[in-house]
Each structure stands twice: as C-alpha cells, then as structure tokens.
Design a binder for this molecule. Structure first.
Ligand code: NI
Length: 188
C-alpha cells in the first residue's frame, strides 16, 4: 500500500525505479488524495518513476494513488494518431474548470486488469494544473485525452471507473476482476 519501489537494473542502462501498482480493492484507491505542496527534486523523481511505471504497464495514464502515493498528481501520454505523436505530460493538483459535450468511451484501468467499461464522459474539457515547478497552466483537451484526464482525476478523488456503472454491473465486473487477479498471481 506504500508504493514500495523496486529497483530494475538494465544492462548498462541507468537505474530506473518502477513503482508498485496497486490493484482494487487497495484502500489508497478509495480515498481522496492530498494536494501536492512541495515542488522539489523528489517530486520530479516520483513523476519520472510514475511515467516509467505507466510505460512498462502499457498504460496511457496513471494517477499517483495507483502506485500507493495519495497525492494529487497524474501522468498521461495519449497518442493522438501513432507512436510518433507520443507526448508525456504531468499534471499536478489538476482541476477541470470547464467542460462540454458528452461521449461514451470504452475504458480500461491498470488497477483493474482485463476489465473494460463503457463510460459517459465530457467530450471536451479545460483543465487547470501545476507543473513540476509549481507554475500554473491551463490546457484544453478533447476525445481520448479528455477521457483519460477525467479517468485519472477521478482516481485523485477515490473514484474508480466501476463507480460509474450500476450496482449489478459492478458486482459482475468485480467477480471478473477477482478471476483476472488470481490468474495474474495477485493476492486479493
Ligand atoms: Ni485507472
């Protein structure tokens, strides 16, 4: 639950730290995360480790609680067309200040291996956030990127994608999850 880092040393590569992914029903996934207040070198390192963990897990977004850190920060990299358009972004203390439209997207979540859920989200959003140095920015996002930010921001509020479906559907999904986690050798 504490995001214990495990060292992965490549062949002559610089050492990188992968963070331990938290699976449902880890408590850290169900609580509201605290604002980030220290914009120091340690924060930068944590963001880099979150990004490495996201890429290794083949995610397009990762929220700090998913690696056991109950802080309001996320990393995203949502390819627009292909691998070339890949762009890593870190959003600290993000909040959605405007939104419009709706769309339904089939979402997955690294904390719920193998599950996909159709969820209605806002189609376009404007998000306000801080960068790793603490400077405030505003950004517009649409489509997949907007969906991804809304999904990750939910994690910061202890909300998971299964919270958007009916109790019955949720029960069926959690049964499926238990099976998937057992197959992966994760203790639940
Ligand atoms: Ni997720």
């Amino acid at each position: 639950m504490d995001g214990r880092a495990s060292e992965v040393v490549g062949q002559g590569e610089p050492t990188m730290s992968l963070l331990e992914l938290q699976y449902w029903p880890a408590e850290v996934l169900r609580i509201v995360a605290s604002p980030v207040t220290e914009f120091d070198a340690a924060l930068q390192t944590t963001l880099e480790d979150m990004a490495e963990t996201m890429y290794v897990e083949r995610g397009i977004g990762l929220a700090a609680p998913q690696v056991g850190i109950s802080k309001r920060m996320i990393v995203i990299d949502t390819p627009i067309a292909d691998e070339e358009s890949s762009q890593l972004e870190a959003l600290i203390n993000p909040e959605i200040i405007e939104s419009s439209g709706e769309l339904i997207w089939e979402e997955g979540c690294l904390s719920f291996p193998g599950l996909t859920v159709d969820i209605t989200r806002k189609e376009t959003i404007r998000v306000r956030f801080q960068d790793h140095k603490g400077a405030w920015h505003e950004m517009d996002a649409a489509g997949l990127k907007a969906v991804c930010i809304q999904h990750e921001l939910d994690h910061l509020n202890g909300i998971n994608f299964i919270d958007h479906v009916s109790p019955l559907k949720r029960k069926l999904l959690l049964r499926e999850l238990k099976k998937n986690l057992t197959e992966l050798g994760v203790e639940t």
